[in-house]
Design a protein around this ligand. Sequence first.
Ligand code: NCD
Ligand code: ZN
Length: 479
Amino acid sequence: MSADLVIHNGRVVTPDAVLEASIAIKDGKVLAVGASEAMPPAKETFDATGLHILPGAIDDHVHFRDPGYPHKEDWESGTAAAAFGGVTCVFDMPNTIPPTADGKILAAKHAIAASKAHVDFGLYGLLGDENLATVPELLDGGIIGFKLYMGNTFGKIASPDTGATLELFEVAAASGKRVSLHAENNDIMERRQKRLMAAGIHDQFAHLAARPPVVAIEAVSRAAILAEWTGARIHVLHISSADELRPLREAKARGVDITGETCPHYLMLSTEDYTRVPGIIAVNPPVREKRNQAPIWQALLDGSIDVIATDHAPHAPEEKTRNDIWTVDCGFPGVETQMPLMLTEVNAGRMSISDYVRMSAYNPARIWGLYPRKGALLPGSDADIAIVDLGREHTIRDADIQSRSKISPWDGRKVKGLPVHTIVRGRFVMKDRTLMDTKGWGRSVHTIQQMPAPQIRNAEHTMQAITAQRSAGRREQIA
Ligand code: NCD
Ligand code: ZN
C-alpha cells in the first residue's frame, strides 16, 4: 500500500509526549505514525526537520458572521484566518442574521459554509425561548451543539429567563448535545448599564463596571444547578474571572457534566491594556484586572478549564473606535493569533507543548464527541495537522491578518512560535504561510460527532413528561 503523503523528521506532539516520528497519510486520514523506515512508499514526502507536528486546533468558539455581516467577516475570510492559525476545525456561533434558530436557516448556513470554508466546521443551533419548538429540526439538520445566551451580547439575542432555561436544558439533556453558555447574568448587567447610562457615564471602564464578576459567578452557579437537575451537558464559554472558577470546580466535583473554556485575552491582557487600545479591547465578558490571570492559568493547567478557544469576534474599525462605549461593538478577531500567542507561552516555560495540545485539540475533540477522529494523530484519525516552528519569531500586525477585521488588541505583539503549514484531511490549506486554493474544502463535522448517550435526570419532572402524562389522562377520560 502506498500513502498519499508522508511527513518525515518532525516531532509529533500528543497530549502526553513528543515523539520523533513520521506520519503517513492516505485518503485524508492518518495511516501510520512511526519510524521513518517503517513508512510505506508515498506519492509525496514532506520534510519537517526542526518543526513540531500538532493535531490541528479545534476552536469551539468563533463568529464568522455569515450570513449577515459580510463587512465584518465571512466563511472564506474567517476560515482563511483559521488556516493561518493552525486551526483545522471551528464551531460557529448562531448570532448571525437571521440567528441559526430553525432547520431552514441551519441548512442555508451549512450550504454557505460548505461552499466557502477552507477548514472543517460545526454549527451551533440557538437554544432560545423563542425557538423551543424548532429544536428537533436543528438536531435533524446537524448541529455540533447548542448555544444559550444567558446574558446579552453582540447580536442582542434575547436571554431566556430561568424558567425557560430550565425547559431548554430539559430538551437539550434529552438530545445529549452539549450547550455552550454565554454565562453572564442579564438582569444585573442590564440594570447596571441603564443606571450608568442615565448617570451620563460612557467611558470604557463603565463597560467593566456593568459586568462585575458576580454576573459570571451567578450565571455559572445557576447553570450548574439546572444542568445538575436535568442532566444537560454544559460548556461555560470565555471564562474571564478568577471568581467564577469556584462554582465551575464545585459543579465538576458534584459530577455535573460541565466543561470550561477561556481565551488568550483573559490570560494575557488586563485592565492595564485599556488605555493602550481603548474600545478595541472591549469584549463580553470584559478583560479584567490583572489578578485574574494567574488563577485562570492555573485552572487551565489543572484541567478545571478544559479548552482554549478564541471567541473570534470580528468587527470593523469604525465599530470599535466610537467614543461612547455603549455604542462600541464588543469582541475582536482571534482565531489566527491564538496558537502563536499560546506557543509563545510554551516557549516561556508556562506549560509544555503537550499541555497546549491537550487544551487546543484533544479536550475539545473529546467534549464535543469528535475524538479520536479529530483532536488526535492516531491511525484512522483525520489528518488535521498544524506544523509549527517553535523557534520562529513574528510580530502580529492587524493589517496582515486574514480576518476582514483588521483591528485587535494584539497589534504589534511579538510572538515566538508560529504555524507554518496547516493540513485539513490530508490537504494543505496553508503552506509556507500562504493560503492554498482550498475554498470549499471544509466540511461539517456533525456527521462524525458521537456524543455519549444522554444522562437525563429528573425526567418525570420535565415539561414534556408532564404534558404528555396529562394528555394521556385526558384521552383515557374521554374513552
Ligand atoms: C461576540 C460577538 O461579537 O459576536 N462578542 C463578544 O464580545 N464576545 C459575542 C459573544 O461571544 O458574546
Ligand atoms: Zn459570548
